[in-house]
Design a protein around this ligand. Structure first.
Ligand SMILES: *Cc1c(COP(=O)(O)O)cnc(C)c1O
Length: 363
C-alpha cells in the first residue's frame, strides 16, 4: 500500500532531533514569543529573501492579518482566485472585505491574469493570489495590472515554500505573503503554524502588533488584534526542518520530472511542465473526465490519492452568497482533478509502480 501521504514517514528522518528539541524546550520553560520564534523568523525571512517574517498561528490568520493591517474601508473589494483552497477567500471575509472571484486558466489552474481588469471596480484595493500546488502565478502580467490600478498584491504562499518566479522567491513577489506550516505542507510543523513575510518595516510592526492582541508593549493595547502566535516549540521544529526544505523540494522536482516524462496515458492531462525546477510540487495534480473511476482503480492497486479540491469555494454552503455564480473552468477542474502521491518519502520503486499502474488504466 502506498499512502497518499504519511506524516509519520515525513517526520521520521528528523525523529531524534525533534525529540531533543522538545526536551530542550520543556526544560527551558518558555513557550510563547521568545528566542526560538525570533530565530525562526530571521531564518525564514532570509530563506524568502525578505526583510521581515512574523510567525503566526496558521495560514488563515496570516492572510487575515495581512489584510486587516491595511485598514481598507469595510467591504472594499479584494480580487481572489475562484480556484483556490477556501482559506484564501475566508481571510478576505474575516477581514471585513469583499472577495471578488476570478477564473483560472485550465492549463495552469492559476488565476487568469487576462481576466483581472474586468473584475476591477472603484472599490478594488488588492489582488490576493494563490500559488496553487506550488507553482507561482504569472507575476509579470499581474504586476502590470496592479501598477496600472494602484492595487496591492498579496500572496497566498501556503503551498509554495521555496517556489520561485524569475529568480524571486514566493513570499517576496508582492506587498506581503502568507505561509502555512500545516503538517502536510512542504515546510510542516507538528501542529498548526503560519507566517507573514514582507519588506516594509512599518507594515511588519503592524503585523507584529495584530498577531498579539494589538499590543505594542506588555498590557498596552493600541488596536483590536488577534491572538495568533507561533509558539516556541513549533518555531524550533520549523528551524530544524527549514534546513532540509531545499533538498526535499529538489526531490519533489525529481519525482515530478519522472511523472511528466513517463505518464503517457492519453485519457490523462498532466500538470504544466514549463518550470519543473522553479515549482515546488506541493501536489502533483492530474486531470481526467474519468476521475472517480481512476481513483477507485488506483485504490484497488494499493495507491492512495486525494482530491484538491472536490467542491469549489463558491459552491460551498458557507459561501451561500456566491452559490449563484458560475465559474465553468473552476467547476470543471473540481470535477476532474486527482492528486497522486508526491512527497519526499516516496521510494523509486513506488514511483515506478505508480507510473506503470496509471499508464495501464483503461477508463
Ligand atoms: C493550507 C492552506 C491555507 C491555510 O493554512 P492553515 O494553516 O490551514 O490555516 C491557505 N491557503 C492555501 C492555498 C492552503 O493550501
Amino acid at each position: 500500500m502506498i499512502p497518499f501521504l504519511s506524516l509519520q514517514n515525513t517526520n521520521k528522518p528528523y525523529h531524534d532531533d525533534l525529540i531533543r528539541i522538545f526536551a530542550e524546550k520543556l526544560e527551558k520553560g518558555w513557550f510563547i514569543l521568545g528566542q526560538e520564534l525570533t530565530e525562526f523568523e530571521n531564518r525564514f525571512a532570509s530563506y524568502c529573501e525578505t526583510n521581515f517574517c512574523l510567525g503566526v498561528a496558521n495560514g488563515l490568520d496570516a492572510l487575515t492579518i495581512i489584510l486587516k493591517a491595511y485598514k481598507y474601508p469595510p467591504q472594499s473589494e479584494i480580487i481572489v482566485p475562484a480556484n483556490t483552497y477556501i482559506a484564501t477567500i475566508l481571510a478576505v471575509i474575516n477581514a471585513g472585505l469583499k472577495p471578488v472571484l476570478v477564473e483560472p486558466l485550465l492549463d495552469t489552474y492559476l488565476i487568469d491574469s487576462n481576466q483581472l481588469e474586468q473584475a476591477i471596480t472603484k472599490k478594488t484595493k488588492a489582488i490576493l493570489l494563490t500559488h496553487l500546488y506550488g507553482k507561482c502565478c504569472e507575476m509579470t502580467a499581474i504586476q502590470a495590472v496592479a501598477t496600472k490600478y494602484q492595487l496591492q498584491i498579496f500572496e497566498d504562499a501556503a503551498q509554495a515554500h521555496g517556489a520561485t518566479y524569475l529568480g524571486i522567491k514566493a513570499g517576496n513577489l508582492g506587498d506581503a505573503a502568507g505561509f502555512s506550516f500545516y503538517p502536510s505542507k512542504n515546510l510542516g510543523a507538528l501542529g498548526d503554524g503560519g507566517a507573514i513575510t514582507c519588506n516594509d518595516e512599518s507594515l511588519a510592526h503592524e503585523y507584529r502588533q495584530l498577531r498579539n492582541y494589538g499590543s505594542s508593549q506588555k498590557y498596552v493595547f493600541d488596536e483590536i488584534g488577534l491572538n495568533s502566535r507561533l509558539d516556541e516549540i513549533q518555531a524550533a521544529f520549523l528551524s530544524l526542518k527549514l534546513q532540509y526544505l531545499d533538498s526535499e523540494n529538489v526531490y519533489r522536482q525529481k519525482i515530478a520530472r519522472n511523472y511528466l516524462e513517463q505518464i503517457n496515458n492519453p485519457s490523462i492531462v498532466l500538470p504544466p511542465s514549463n518550470s519543473i525546477d522553479k515549482d515546488v510540487w506541493h501536489l502533483f495534480v492530474i486531470r481526467t473526465e474519468k476521475r472517480d473511476k481512476l481513483r477507485t482503480y488506483l485504490a484497488q492497486q494499493g495507491i492512495g490519492t486525494d482530491i484538491h479540491y472536490p467542491v469549489p469555494p463558491h459552491k460551498q454552503k458557507a459561501l451561500s452568497e456566491f452559490n449563484h455564480l458560475c465559474f465553468p473552468i473552476t467547476e470543471k477542474i473540481h470535477q476532474e482533478v486527482l492528486s497522486i502521491p508526491l512527497n519526499p518519502t516516496l521510494q523509486e520503486v513506488e514511483i515506478e509502480y505508480i507510473i506503470e499502474k496509471i499508464n495501464y488504466f483503461n477508463g
